[in-house]
Design a protein around this ligand. Structure first.
Ligand code: FAD
Length: 491
């Protein structure tokens, strides 16, 4: 069944659903498809329609209230079928084994599950995002000899738009019902408050519905998963899963820091290679007590692609769109190339920190009366050390390898706080831990204390690594689909 609540006047949810999957981004769609294969009866609820609408998107309004302005609260996610995969860039990397094994320099707990627990699903996940022909093997690079950095590689999805690619399959499935323009607004627990009894849904006409599945998965993305749980106060004043005041805390991004610019590229090293990726070695991360990172060195780079310019680009777009003359001129140009120039950019791990968090805004509500989101994004001394150390060490490594010289971003050296960009990778707000004192979900992504409520997506990451999050989201979603199928006796 494929239903759009905007087009219905007298709709009722049926009975007998095994699993209600809420949210249709990469996480929700993957979980629904995995459960479909097992024969489970699945209901997939999506707040938006098949296209972007102002009506749905405005629920993502929120305020950045931390010491560092966060630009991606509203623009870094999409609220319609397919979710944020409708504008992801498709870069895929994965956590490294070391992210599961090493002693972290921060106090928060790490993954309670292993690398293999997650990446046993990697082959299947690669097919889902269309990168099965590409490899993550470290490039064998005899000319690069360093004890501080290993070569690294990422894969590039087309990028796969989950809504477009999997719509027909879901529509045709006999055991899956998809309902669009269905806002999940609350969860009501049963009498002993150990299980979800009802999912409460609202349409844009103000009509409310309830549905009573056996299992519920919330997969709204890491910002919204936290906002939703904090707002779900029908049974607990502090919200669902928040008995230890952990929901929304430990928000993590990947810093998009430009470490510096090449000032000399005289080396033959680059002629054969073009772009180049590096990860710090485990020994260096341990010795220097820093986080992980993917460093991209791109001589002759095209600055158009660097997130550091995002706020500036936004400002320029606003100014340009307000003037016909500027707009006409701008449309003749679409790249800004600085010949021979090059920047060293990063996907840099942010340390998990409880004070970096999603909260509810006491003064602003959405049209269903739920508090809007406030994000306090901040960095700490470990993050500053990670940024500075990586800049210095990349600079040294380039000189040692006779590959070039780097003019390190002056802000990093002087203040340790450069103009921080981010990648729209939202993580950590319902972190995974073996104990409810340290995390919101257990190793199966189940909310501690609630028997039938699960969380999908990168909000469960206890650490962020130096990797793009979506391939791992897909792996964890396949794993969750398997887990629920087993619970239902269908595996
Ligand atoms: C510009 C940009 C570029 C990116 N590039 C990359 C990249 O190159 N590589 C990478 O790995 N990642 C990238 N990402 C991140 C990637 O898009 C996310 O990691 C991924 O989409 C998260 O998937 P998700 O299913 O958890 O959440 P989303 O994709 O955000 O999906 C959440 C879904 O839940 C729905 N929803 C929300 N609230 C409700 C509600 N109350 N009721 C019902 N449904 C609801 C939404 O409509 C949406 O469909 C990028 C993101 C952006 C913004």
């Amino acid at each position: 069944m494929w239903t759009d609540l905007n087009l219905e006047s007298d709709f009722r949810f049926g009975d007998g659903y095994d699993v209600c999957v809420c949210g249709s981004g990469p996480a929700g769609i993957t979980i629904a498809r995995k459960l479909k294969e097992s024969g489970a009866r699945v209901l997939l609820l999506e707040a938006g329609g098949e296209e972007w609408t102002e009506e749905s998107h405005e629920f993502y309004q929120g305020e950045s209230v931390g010491p560092i302005e966060y630009y991606g609260v509203e623009s870094g996610r999409l609220r319609f079928f397919g979710g944020t995969s409708n504008h992801w860039a498709g870069s895929c990397t994965r956590f490294e084994r070391v992210d599961f094994e090493r002693k972290h320099p921060w106090k928060a707990t790490g993954w309670p599950i292993s690398f293999d627990d997650i990446y046993q699903y990697e082959d299947e996940a690669r097919r889902i995002v269309d990168i099965d022909e590409q490899s993550f093997e470290r490039p064998d690079e005899p000319a690069w000899k360093s004890e501080r950095f290993e070569t690294a590689r990422y894969a590039k999805s087309p990028p796969t738009r989950f809504g477009e690619k999997y719509r027909a399959e879901l529509e045709d499935a006999k055991n899956v019902d998809v309902v669009l323009n269905a806002n999940v607004v609350d969860l009501r627990l049963n009498a002993d408050k150990r299980a979800v009894a009802e999912v409460v849904v609202a349409d844009y006409k103000g009509q409310e519905y309830t549905v009573a599945p056996k299992f519920v998965v919330i997969a709204f993305g890491a910002l919204e998963n936290a906002r939703f749980l904090l707002n779900a106060r029908s049974d607990f004043d502090a919200g669902l899963g928040n008995q230890h005041d952990l929901v929304g805390r430990y928000f993590m991004e990947h810093f998009d820091v430009t470490l510096g610019r090449f000032v000399s590229l005289g080396s033959p090293f680059w002629q054969a290679r073009g772009g180049f990726g590096l990860n710090p070695t485990a020994a260096m991360m341990r010795d220097k007590a820093i986080g992980n990172c993917f460093v991209s060195l791109t001589p002759g780079a095209n600055p158009k692609f660097y997130g550091r310019l995002a706020p500036f680009r936004r400002l320029m777009r606003k100014i340009t769109c307000s003037s016909d003359i500027l707009l006409e001129r701008a449309r003749r140009e679409n790249t800004v190339l600085c010949e021979g120039d090059g920047v060293v950019t990063t996907i840099m791990e942010q340390s998990p920190d409880p004070s970096c968090r999603v909260m509810l805004d006491p003064d602003a509500q959405d049209r269903f009366g739920r508090a809007r989101l406030m994000l306090d994004w901040r960095i700490n001394d470990i993050d500053r050390r990670t940024i500075r150390t990586l800049a210095e060490e990349v600079g040294k490594a380039l000189v040692t390898q006779r590959a070039g010289r780097l003019r390190i971003n002056r802000d990093i050296l002087e203040t340790g706080l450069p103009d921080l960009g981010m990648h729209n990778h939202h993580m950590g707000t319902t972190r995974m831990a073996g104990s409810p004192r340290h995390g919101v979900v257990d190793g199966d992504c189940r909310l501690h204390g609630i028997d039938n409520l699960y969380i999908g997506g990168s909000s469960v990451y206890p650490v962020g690594g130096g990797c793009n999050p979506t391939l791992t989201i897909v792996c964890l979603s396949l794993r969750l689909g398997d887990h629920l199928s087993r619970k239902l006796g269908k595996a």
